[in-house]
Design a protein around this ligand. Structure first.
Ligand code: NAD
Length: 285
């Protein structure tokens, strides 16, 4: 049986994942701002450092896997863009960097990052904020949200999820992760009925936006069903799964972007494609 670290373990999908792992006989080290083995505020650098270290101490330097579910939704509030940026992006990246060696120590660890279908269905997310996050520059990202005024938390949410997904996909194929047997993948839920969504539904403006959003299957997702996908992605079924994003959203992404994926490599991208072929030969040798 394995040892897993789960952030955002006290509520919603993180809590559902914890329950399934415990039911299957695994040991889980839970991380959350309250009601967890490791109580830490992931919105601060110190909290993230503390969380990373305490989990390493608790697991004895060996992790079979990790689930990064801690996150904040795009509710209104002046400080919200900063909190979203810190928890949704740095709360994933800093912890995974801190745990990489412990994940490598087991030789076939599996990691699931919580992305969102907002990565493909939310318009106008500023590219320069995504680039700033991938550069590790939170302040530059925050400046990019200012022109959006009341929409800033929404933009911060979309950018945090795109950036964390790009970060995951970049790292997933780097030798120090993939050659160490670490499988990095993401789940991208649509609207799932958890306390995060309930809070949004309690705000009239947000509720209107959520209820009018196209979901071809209808209704909301269930936290337990999402957790089933995550647990599957933590098992041997993911041995050959690297850098994938599993969208479970009732069809919203397919509604908006049926033909966007898969997309063949266009001729104008051939040079970059051939460069990646050459680079691979180098890392393989
Ligand atoms: P939730 O609110 O039920 O759970 C989120 C957890 O994160 C909570 O336990 C909370 O305490 C924790 N958290 C928040 N801020 C923290 C901080 N500063 N430090 C430590 N822990 C903190 O939400 P959920 O719906 O289960 O969301 C899980 C993940 O799924 C999130 O990353 C969210 O962005 C993502 N997601 C949710 C939906 C949805 O519709 N519910 C859709 C797409 C993606």
């Amino acid at each position: 049986m394995g040892v897993y670290a789960v952030t955002g373990s006290a509520s919603g999908m993180g809590a559902a994942v914890v329950q399934r792992l415990i039911d299957a006989g695994h040991r889980v080290i839970t991380v959350d701002i309250a009601q967890a083995d490791v109580v830490a505020d992931l919105s601060t650098a110190g909290g993230r450092r503390d969380a990373a270290e305490k989990v390493l101490a608790a697991c004895g330097g060996r992790l079979d896997g990790a689930v990064l579910a801690a996150g904040l939704g795009p509710s209104p509030g002046r400080d919200r863009p900063r909190l979203i940026t810190q928890v949704n992006y740095f709360g994933v990246v800093d912890l995974l960097e801190g745990w990489r060696e412990a994940l490598a120590a087991t030789g076939n660890a599996k990691v699931v990052v919580f992305s969102s279908n907002s990565t493909t269905t939310m318009p106008m997310v500023p590219n320069r904020a995504i680039a700033a996050l991938l550069d590790g520059d939170a302040e530059r990202a925050l400046r990019a949200y200012r022109p959006f005024a009341k929409m800033a938390p929404t933009m911060a949410y979309g950018a945090s999820k795109v950036a964390v997904t790009h970060w995951m996909r970049r790292r997933s194929v780097e030798p120090e992760w993939v050659r160490a047997g670490i499988r990095l993948n993401a789940i991208a839920p649509g609207a799932v009925l958890t306390p995060l969504l309930e809070k949004q539904l309690a705000t009239p403006g947000e509720a209107r936006a959520i209820k009018s959003f196209p979901v071809p299957a209808g209704g909301y997702g269930d936290a337990g069903l999402l957790a089933d996908w995550v647990v599957h992605m933590l098992g041997p079924a993911a041995d050959f799964m690297v850098g994938s994003v599993v969208i479970v959203d009732g069809g919203s992404d397919a509604w908006f972007r049926a033909d966007d994926w898969p997309r063949p490599v266009p001729g104008r991208r051939l040079v970059g494609y051939l460069r990646r072929m050459r680079e691979f030969k180098k890392v393989r040798s």
